[in-house]
Design a protein around this ligand. Structure first.
Ligand SMILES: Cc1cc2nc3c(=O)[nH]c(=O)nc-3n(C[C@H](O)[C@H](O)[C@H](O)COP(=O)(O)OP(=O)(O)OC[C@H]3O[C@@H](n4cnc5c(N)ncnc54)[C@H](O)[C@@H]3O)c2cc1C
Length: 408
C-alpha cells in the first residue's frame, strides 16, 4: 500500500481490536517469506479481530506515510508481503467461511484454500482451480493469480472470483465485481495488494467428485514430452494437466500428469492415452481431497530435513508456446540436480492464453502459454545461492527476449 516516508514515533498507536504486536518474534516473522532473500522488519504486526481494526490502522498509517501491508501465509518471494518500518496485517486472523451455496461461497481473505476445500467438499462442491500447494490464503493467491492443473480449462483463481470486498487506501471498504466497481475488481486481482486489501471474496464453486484418476507418464525425450502435453491440453479431455522435470539415475525425467475427476476405468479416454508416446506410466485412484493435498507428504519431508525453511530462489515465467522447446533446452543444458537443490524441480505446462481473463496478469501474445517455474531450494552455502540467482538472471533475460512475461 502507501510508500513509507520518515515515520512518526510509534508511541501513539490508535486503539484497535485484536492485537498490535511489537515483540521480536512477531517482527521477525513478518520479515520472513518463502523466498528467504529479503528481510524487512515492520514496526508492528496487526492481528485484527475485525475489518474495522484494519480500517482504523490504515487511516493512521496513511496520515504518517507508513506502509501497511496485508500478509497471508508469507509464501511469496522478494519481500512482497513485508513492510519496511511499517505495519504488516496478519490476514490469517480473519478466516471465516460463509454459508455454502450451490455455486458460490463467501470467505474472509485469510482463509486457506485447504479450509475452503474442507468446508465445501462435504457438499460435493469445490472451487474449480487449486494451486499445487493449498495451504495458501485466498487473499494471497488472488493477489498474484493462482495457477494450477485446472487452469487450461478454467483460467486462474483470479478468473474464478465472483466478487470481493476491498479496503482501499482511504480506509473505505468497497464492494467490487465485474458489474460493480469493475475497475477496482480488475486492479485488485493479481494486484499484489497495491490497490487495497481484499477483506472478503466470493468464490465460484463447481461440482466436486469423490475420486480422481491420475495418470503419470514418464518421458526421457523432452520434445516428445512437450508434444504429448500440448496434445492432451488441446484435447480438453482431462480436468487437470501438468508437467514437471525431476532428476533421476539416468539424468532427468519429464513427467506428464493428467487427471480426471470422478471417473471410473470404463470412462477413461483410452485412445487418447494410448496415443501417448511413452509406455512408462502409472495410474492411481485417489480420493479427491487427497489428490488436492498431494504435496502434503513432500511438505512434511522438507520440514523434517529443514529445507522447507531455507531460501527459495524461484524463477517463474509465462512463456509463449513457440519459445517453449528452445527455452527448455536452455534450462536443461548443463543443469545439475544441485542447481535446483533439495526437493527442487522444474514445473512446465501449457494452457490456452484465452482462458485467463485477469487484466493485471501480463501474458505472452500467443494462443498457448507455458508456465515455466524453476523451483529451487538454496543450500545453506551462500556462494551456491549466488550461483542460483545468477542462473535465474541469465534465464530470465533469455526468456524475456523470447517474449516471456514474469510471474510471482
Ligand atoms: C510450496 C508453494 C507452492 C506454490 N504453488 C503455487 C501454484 O501451484 N500456483 C501458483 O499460482 N502459485 C503457487 N505458489 C505461490 C503462491 O500462490 C503465492 O506466493 C501466493 O501469493 C502465496 O499466498 P500467501 O497466502 O502466502 O500470500 P502472501 O505471501 O502472504 O502475500 C502475497 C502477496 O499478496 C498480498 N496479499 C496477501 N493477502 C492479501 C489480501 N488479503 N489483500 C490484498 N493483498 C494481499 C501481499 O501483500 C503480497 O503482496 C506456491 C508457493 C509455495 C510456497
Amino acid at each position: 500500500m502507501g510508500a513509507c516516508a520518515a515515520p512518526e514515533p510509534n508511541d501513539a498507536w490508535p486503539a484497535v481490536g485484536g492485537s498490535l504486536d511489537e515483540d521480536e518474534h512477531s517482527l521477525d516473522w513478518a520479515a520472513t517469506d518463502w523466498g528467504g532473500l529479503l528481510h524487512r522488519r515492520p514496526r508492528a504486526v496487526l492481528r485484527p479481530n475485525a475489518t474495522s481494526d484494519i480500517a482504523r490502522l490504515a487511516s493512521f498509517c496513511r496520515e504518517r506515510g507508513l506502509t501497511l501491508r496485508p500478509r497471508g501465509q508469507g509464501h511469496s518471494l522478494q519481500g512482497r508481503a513485508q513492510a519496511h518500518d511499517g505495519v504488516v496485517v496478519d490476514m490469517r486472523a480473519t478466516a471465516a467461511i460463509g454459508e455454502i451455496h450451490s455455486d458460490r461461497v463467501e470467505v474472509e481473505a485469510g482463509a486457506l484454500w485447504s479450509d475452503v476445500l474442507a468446508a465445501t467438499l462435504p457438499h460435493g462442491l469445490a472451487p474449480p482451480v487449486f494451486t499445487d500447494y493449498i495451504e495458501l490464503t485466498v487473499g494471497g493467491t488472488l493477489s498474484v493469480g493462482g495457477i494450477g492443473g485446472a487452469t487450461h480449462r478454467h483460467g486462474m483463481q483470479t478468473d474464478n472470483v465472483l466478487a470481493m470486498q476491498v479496503m482501499t487506501h482511504d480506509g473505505e471498504t468497497r464492494p467490487c465485481s465485474p458489474e460493480r466497481n469493475a475497475a477496482l475488481f480488475d486492479a485488485v486481482r493479481a494486484g499484489y495488494g497495491r490497490h487495497g486489501t481484499i477483506l472478503r471474496a466470493t468464490l465460484r464453486l463447481t461440482e466436486a467428485f469423490e475420486h480422481t484418476r491420475v495418470h503419470t507418464v514418464r518421458y526421457q525425450d523432452r520434445s516428445v514430452f512437450l508434444q504429448d502435453q500440448r496434445m492432451l491440453v488441446a484435447s480438453g479431455a482431462f480436468d487437470h494437466v501438468q508437467g514437471h522435470v525431476l532428476p533421476d539415475e539416468d539424468g532427468w525425467s519429464f513427467f506428464l500428469v493428467a487427471a480426471q475427476y470422478g471417473t471410473s476405468a470404463s470412462s477413461s479416454p483410452g485412445p487418447l492415452l494410448d496415443s501417448l508416446r511413452s509406455d512408462n506410466r502409472e495410474v492411481d485412484d485417489l480420493p479427491h481431497g487427497e489428490f488436492l493435498h498431494r504435496l502434503r507428504p513432500q511438505e512434511q519431508f522438507l520440514r523434517a530435513t529443514g529445507a522447507w525453511h531455507r531460501a527459495h530462489p524461484w524463477l517463474d515465467l509465462f512463456l509463449p508456446d513457440s519459445a517453449a522447446d528452445g527455452f527448455l533446452d536452455e534450462v536443461m543444458d548443463g543443469l545439475r540436480p544441485d542447481d535446483l537443490g533439495e526437493g527442487g524441480l522444474v514445473l512446465l505446462y501449457p494452457f490456452p492464453t484465452r482462458v485467463v481473463r485477469t487484466p493485471a496478469l501480463m501474458l505472452p501474445r500467443e494462443p498457448t502459454t507455458y508456465l515455466v517455474s524453476l523451483l529451487r531450494t538454496a543450500p545453506a552455502d551462500g556462494a551456491a545461492i549466488q550461483h542460483m540467482l545468477d542462473e535465474n538472471a541469465r534465464l530470465r533475460s533469455i526468456a524475456l527476449e523470447r517474449g516471456a512475461t514474469l510471474y510471482l
